[in-house]
Design a protein around this ligand. Structure first.
Ligand code: PDD
Length: 291
């Protein structure tokens, strides 16, 4: 039986109740994180917590726990859900106000903390030689101007992802003013003539933890990488396209808007970086059993 965490207690999901006056429900006034665990070991936990702290600071929501308390809660949640390969979803909202008012409750109320685990599908990077790759479409980035905050306000992302799914793709790659920002729930990399490119961090994209690790691994292994703007035509002419996220790691995109990307198969640089990623992951978390 799975267990979730709500405001200080672990419980069965059906016992977790949140007030409809919670500002997360009324205003999407909250932030979240998704942290993978492999073999029950949290992966890049500090990096996720630094981003959580930043999202809370940027939205002026009180951080209810210190970093070590967060770690203990996440570890206990993973253990209570059987360990292994899981993602930890955690959400903090501004809390339950007495009445609906756009301005923050004054005096402030206790933030609501909710955590649950989800399953992680076997990532493509685990088997670079047999990975089949995925399809993406391009769409206009219709989101707000602070996509660097990991806000629970995901209606635009959800509408965009649904459009991709209805077009037979698994991700929407977003364009703002002719430049690639990111995916609906991922960061974007392209490869051109042996160089890896990814948009620089800004308010227009979420600073992905997987993105940062891919950048770090490329630098460490002397793979040419530049953090710079990618135009729509560079995207369309890319030799390789990858999308990255904590739950899917690095996914090769082999078809964009129904046209093949490069040779239409996962590319050689993706295979190299995927291998480095898996080696790094196994060093930190040990070997994962396939699910
Ligand atoms: N999403 N950009 C957006 C808009 C995202 O939602 C995500 C992740 C990323 C990748 O970030 P990271 O590598 O830190 O996971 C980029 C998570 C997984 C989600 O919403 O479920």
């Amino acid at each position: 039986m799975s267990q979730v965490y709500l405001n200080g207690a672990f419980m069965a999901p059906q016992d977790a109740h949140i007030s409809p006056l919670d500002r997360g429900f009324l205003f999407a006034d909250g932030i979240y994180e998704v942290i993978p665990a492999y073999n029950g070991v949290l992966f890049r936990f500090d990096e996720h917590l630094i981003r959580l702290e930043r999202s809370l600071a940027e939205t002026a929501i009180d951080n209810p726990y210190r970093r070590e308390e967060w770690r203990k809660l996440c570890e206990e949640l993973v253990a209570r859900n059987g360990g292994g390969n899981l993602s930890v979803y955690l959400q903090v909202t501004r809390g339950v106000a007495a009445k609906r008012d756009h301005a923050f409750p004054n005096p402030p109320v206790q933030p609501t903390v909710f955590m649950m685990t989800g399953s992680i599908a076997v990532p493509a990077a685990d088997s670079p030689d047999t990975a089949s790759g995925s399809r993406a479409i391009t769409l206009d980035d219709i989101r707000w101007a602070r996509c660097d905050i990991k806000s629970v306000s995901l209606l635009p992302n959800s509408l965009l992802r649904q459009q991709a799914v209805e077009a037979g793709a698994s991700e929407a790659i977003l364009l703002r003013d002719g430049f690639v920002t990111e995916g609906s729930a991922s960061n974007v990399f392209i490869v051109k003539n042996g160089t890896v490119l990814t948009p620089p961090k800004s308010h227009a994209i979420l600073g992905g933890i997987t993105r940062d690790l891919v950048v770090e691994l490329c630098l460490r292994h002397h793979i040419p990488l530049e953090e710079r703007e990618i135009t729509e035509s560079q995207l369309r002419q890319a030799d390789e396209i990858w999308v990255t996220s904590s739950t899917k790691e690095i996914v090769p995109v082999i078809q964009l808007n129904n046209s093949p990307v490069g040779d239409g198969v996962p590319g050689p640089l993706w295979k190299t970086v995927a291998r480095h990623y898996v080696t790094f992951k196994r060093r930190l978390c040990g070997h994962q059993d396939q699910e």
